[in-house]
Design a protein around this ligand. Sequence first.
Ligand SMILES: *Cc1c(COP(=O)(O)O)cnc(C)c1O
Length: 397
Amino acid sequence: MTDFSQTKALFHLPEGMIYLDGNSLGPLPKATAQRVAQTVTDEWGEMLITGWNKAGWMGQPTALGDRIGRLIGAEAGHVTLGDTLSIKVYQALASAIEMNPDRKVILSDTGNFPSDLYMAEGLVGSLGRGLELQTVAPEDVMGTLSKDIAVLMLTQVDYRTGRMHDMAALTKAAHDLGIVTVWDLAHSAGALPVDLSGCNADFAVGCTYKYLNGGPGAPAFIYVAPRHIASTRPALSGWLGHASPFAFDLDYRAGTGIERMRVGTPPVLQMAALDASMDIWDSVDMDALRATSLALSDQFIAEVEAACPDLHLATPRDPQVRGSQVSFRHPEGYAIMQALIAQGVVGDFRAPDIMRFGFTPLFIDASDVSRAVGILGDIMRDGTWDQAQFKTRAAVT
Ligand SMILES: *Cc1c(COP(=O)(O)O)cnc(C)c1O
């Protein structure tokens, strides 16, 4: 699919809302409710335990993994689903570290999502062999690469600013120095074309509830390059990653291929929701999606800068180095965002001062962008954000 005028009708969007937060939690595809209900009543209800075989529940993590794999340039049979992204980060990093046993440094950047850094800290603490997590400014990553570094762990697109790393160049530079790479695609999968295979990436992980519209709590995915998988040792060696789970051996033997990165029971109801969403994604042309996403982002930047001189662009102006979101800074960004949400324009806020807007061509078009900027411009001009009701921070921002 290259013409996105049709796809908007495939989503449920609340009346009057302009949803610019599909980068954080994607909206509900109209087919999802029925698909999940069917899995509940026809499969769980009628088949009970036989659903694992009859309804193919056990094969879903790799079947859905392959459908996601097409969007991220993975070789078939090298992506599987399960758990949350934080867990998948831990799992990828643990395996990557073992590939460079004599090196002590995990390098990441200060723009990374905190959970990725927290998981790395936790792992380093458990391993207790003098490993250290080093973070540098995103623009300094390339210059910091050295033969001391075991693993380079980066999120391709910065969750706050939308700045995008050059995956091909960094992976090549890392490999030239013997560094193993772990790429987090949380803000890439479904946002822009990714070419894991072409970039020679080693490990990649991502989530399916952001751009992929799998719903809150949707499982994460993990990719391991074909050249590594046979020697990858799973640190989270759960029974469903075992070569023969139903032999119930007392000793762990890693399963074949990407199956070894499975851990425990897959989330069948969440996978049913993701299945309905992937029916849309299966026909999406990622190059066309990227072109449309950048056009919408460019339009938003130009219109906001014309209408709101007090907002400062936090996202790179150069389309080559940004993902599918646009962020603006303002010291009162939280209150401005709450005032916007009150008028039906939904984005989100990231501390300390970032207002974040996601551009998702499947359900956002140029007229939505213009209407959203019109409302934002009025709020800024009239100062409607400057009210107590917009300044109290909720638990989730
Ligand atoms: C959204 C996001 C997460 C969230 O992890 P969960 O375990 O799914 O809550 C982690 N890392 C990055 C880079 C993200 O953008």
